[in-house]
Design a protein around this ligand. Sequence first.
Ligand code: PMV
Length: 323
Amino acid sequence: MIEAFAPGKCILFGEHAVVYGHPAVAMAIDQGVHVSIKKSEEWRVGGEKFDPSKHPHISYILHEIFSYDGEPLDIKIESQLFSAAGLGSSAALSNAIGAALHKMIKPNEELDIVKLAKLGHSAEAAVQEGRASPTDTAASALGGCVVVSGEPVKGTEHIFDTELITPEGKRSWSIFKSALPEKKEGIWLILGFTGESSPTGKMVAGVADLLSRVPSKKNEMDAINEITIKGLDALSRGDFEAVGLAMDECHKHLRNLNVSSDSLDRLVEAVGPYSLGAKMTGAGGGGCMVAISRDPQRVSEQIEIAGGKPMISRIGSKGVKII
Ligand code: PMV
């Protein structure tokens, strides 16, 4: 049996602005998707007969990427991530399946993480009508702190470039890694799930509509860009107080773009007294918020009291691994 694990992610800064060419900062989290694969008498996924329409990522990776025509496989999936919540659960699944299949089909070839990130991205794109940002798959494959941007970002290391033909034309991204400070013990990320799903396509379209109706809202994008650069700098210096302040600011601008929701605002407000900063994370309209804190238990309690589901992660978890 072959096993692999790939983490989920949260976006610390730059969601929505990244759609307009500004940088976004994503962090791998401790929770993710665990996959095990073994040869079997019949095709099974998650204990049931394999239905490719129910598991399009798996079907794409098996057939389009690996051209697999061997014995049937029994694939087990365990996810610790809230799904459709902006935590990158489908990217983590694609990466974990890709890593496990690589080990099974090419046992003597070392896993190329960049190739895997690109493979995961192409699976996401194939399933989402050609529209997918590489943020989730890159953060899940590389681990740590990943920056996605249209142009170079000071203080980061360039890892790879990627592009995609989307229904709106060709899109290109560069992926960078930002080093994290050695001293980060005692600092935690706490995710809070609203219980509502986060419709990425709808939220991105809503922002495009707002910008066309109210052109001055472009200032919000510019403000998010500046906060992202400052937040990233604070993160790399280990100044978590400044990271928290930048997160608080970022949330205000995301609210001004109408992408937060009452439930997200309620959770962000509830954790205020016990965290260094907090904001919605990802597309918004539901999904999750994220707080940075030295008191993760208290923040989790506050999230629960305010009606959310908490999850605690370290900062900068490792990327995909074959177990
Ligand atoms: O909620 P998520 O992880 O799908 O985040 C979407 C982030 C956006 O910036 C809103 C869209 C994108 O493609 O980057």
